[in-house]
Design a protein around this ligand. Sequence first.
Ligand code: GDP
Ligand code: IMO
Ligand code: MG
Length: 427
Amino acid sequence: MPALVLLGAQWGDEGKGKATDLLGGSVDYVVRYQGGNNAGHTVVVGDQKYALHLLPSGILTPECTPVIGNGVVVDPSVLFSELNGLGERGVDTSKLLISGNAHIITPYNVTVDKVTERFLGKRKIGTTGRGIGPTYADKINRVGIRIQDLYDESILTQKVEAALDVKNQLLTKLYNRRAIEAGQVVEELLTYADRLKPYVADTTLILNDALDDDKVVLFEGGQGTLLDIDHGTYPFVTSSNPTAGGACTGAGVGPTKISRVIGILKAYTTRVGAGPFPTELFDEDGEALRRIGGERGVTTGRDRRCGWFDAVIARYATRVNGLTDFFLTKLDVLTGWEEIPVCVAYEIDGKRVEELPYSQTDFHHAKPVYENLPGWSEDITKAKTFEDLPKNAQAYVKALEDMSGAPISAIGVGPGRDETIEINSFI
Ligand code: GDP
Ligand code: IMO
Ligand code: MG
């Protein structure tokens, strides 16, 4: 012990990469437990900026062992290009461990993701096009390919053939595309086997042994609570469980081992892709948040949709994750507004609602009820303690904490490692 989970409390891009990296120095293992290279985690170390998609953010801390858990979906070509990129910048990636049970994003999964989105037309999800949904669908349908299959050519061939049987029918008869040849896929997958081998391990055993040895293990979520397949704004979600329970299934560690669940919470709200977003702004305030916050996707380069802070969402994240703490990020982006609206409740069909409605139809109709909090104009990027913040910024943080249901234990005032106010220690 202790095991900590660090996850997104909104729709992703809350600053999980920075928060994970910050804790990296005091952590022995950093584990990704779900998602794949749909994630885009930015870490700024000194004057160096890193964009990580599949690798855990702990890879940038030499003392830390990065782990890709069984719940992750792995595109080997992306993995290698990320490893190569870091290697060229002098980052040692040799400690990486990958679960043999993790599923592989095959080239046909990527094709199916893109073709399905095109076919959905106006009703598309706005996926990252990385093959995430189809790979998890294959896993649940029991026709997925796992990393360990690369080491048994005959099994691999049988599995790829089984997966392609149905897919080729779909591709040729419904989507009007060419069939994919199983032999070619097997050949491509086998080219990854040797290079992957040294990383492949029984990560469940290693992590449980580490916890028994009192090592510190940090589970780093991708995406966010509202993108969770069960608890998010379905169907406008990703295909995995970024919420806290996902850390257990996605890494093979029991819930009794987890002592802290930290929700990363942006001081305003953003979302990429389609789906409901009650506090979304379509005016110059939204444009200003996008510009000042640099709200452009790390993975797809799409502009992020921006809006004011939504306390209903934050309360919901506290509930479904059992959050013990929040790490509030990007407070500096709000500097300069005279007043900052915060959504404290929704109005749905004329009624005030304090909690996230479980009906998606209601959620689509939710109108934010705002309270205006006084803003501040002082530069806060050098603040080191809570008391260094202007009074109105302190009051904004306190108000968010009261509304969100868990203590705010750290505050981000800039993208760098040192641009953080630590209030309560996480470890
Ligand atoms: P993630 O997907 O949750 O890791 O978040 P992203 O990396 O996609 O997006 C967060 C962005 O905000 C990145 O560009 C970070 O460098 C940046 N960032 C993180 N924390 C802060 C902060 O406190 N202030 C500012 N200004 N930027 C931050
Ligand atoms: P990080 O880890 C923000 C969104 C996509 C789309 C939906 C489904 O950087 O916070 P998918 O490709 O997963 O099937 O797409 O989920 N999405 C993200 N949005 N941050 C992410 O990751 C995301 N990963 C997926 O935009 O709406
Ligand atoms: Mg991101």
